[in-house]
Design a protein around this ligand. Structure first.
Ligand code: ADP
Ligand code: MG
Length: 261
């Protein structure tokens, strides 16, 4: 999140540590059978940057997220996280995947584990963290997203907004370098959307690198450094939120914005 965007130069102008590339996609192509779902995708995200991805349903936003995390393979092109290509499988993949935290539309918590266990499981199993340490850190993370008082409950006993905040804490427990959010509030009742967005804004303020698929324009305006508009598997526009929302360039973007604003 760029807190003083008006005063500071753009990342391209200032090759400081802050503007180091963390996620880089080059000429990524992906088909599902005949459907060309990702076309010529070139995208870079720098350390601490918050990128919001918007676009109509079916434009390839989820596939893009899943490809970055290698939940989906790509046909050609490259995807690098912190200068390393995503390995195909095995231990290396598990390691690199833990660099990328993912929060989905559906909360995907383990239904038969408590909130606390949901957060400690990954660190204990994948990172080899000691149980006591994992618990202590999990409690801190749950506190950070405001659900530490729910630690011993099962997910089903929580509201959707609380479950999604647990999902954020669970992803953070793996110490990711970048967090991907794929429409994290679109399955929530309206009154719960803000509590999740607020947790995400806090995360952005703390300097987390984030790629966020969302149609929540309030969040985009508040937290995004850059907005990418996708249509038909392509990046059609890339701009600051201010530029994008006040002066979209393409007809596709104008049409889309007229429907959601
Ligand atoms: P978005 O998240 O922007 O709504 P998706 O990435 O989910 O878009 O989907 C892009 C297109 O790819 C859609 O037409 C969708 O139906 C198709 N698609 C997504 N996943 C698969 C799959 N596993 N197999 C076949 N087609 C898929
Ligand atoms: Mg989607």
């Amino acid at each position: 999140m760029n807190l003083d965007s008006a005063a500071s130069a753009t990342p391209q102008d200032t090759p400081t540590a802050d503007s180091q590339v963390l996620v880089e996609l080059r000429d990524v192509q992906k088909h599902f059978g005949e459907l060309h779902v990702l076309r010529d995708i070139d995208l870079t995200v720098t350390h601490g940057e918050v990128l919001v991805v918007i676009g109509p349903s079916g434009s390839g936003k989820s596939t893009l997220c899943r490809a970055i995390n290698r939940l989906e393979t790509i046909d050609s092109g490259t995807i690098e996280i912190d200068g390393k290509p995503m390995p195909a499988e095995g231990k290396e993949l598990a390691q690199l995947r833990s660099d990328v935290g993912m929060v989905f539309q559906s909360f995907n918590l383990f239904a038969h584990k408590t909130v606390l266990e949901n957060v400690t499981l990954g660190p204990i199993k994948v990172r080899g963290t000691k149980k006591s340490e994992a618990k202590a850190e999990a409690m801190k993370l749950l506190e950070r997203v405001g659900v530490d008082n729910q630690a011993n409950k099962l997910p089903a006993q929580l509201s959707g907004g609380q479950q999604q905040r647990v999902a954020i804490a669970r992803a953070l427990a793996m110490h990711p370098k970048v967090m991907l959010f794929d429409e994290p509030t679109s399955a929530l009742d309206p009154e719960m959307i803000n509590e999740v967005l607020d947790a995400m804004v806090e995360l952005a303020k703390e300097g987390m690198t984030m790629i966020v698929v969302t149609h929540e324009m309030g969040f985009a305006r508040k937290a995004a450094d850059r907005v990418v508009f996708m249509a038909d598997g392509q990046i059609v526009e890339e701009a600051t939120p201010e530029e994008f929302f006040t002066n979209p360039q393409s007809d596709r973007a104008k049409d889309f914005l007229s429907k959601i604003l």
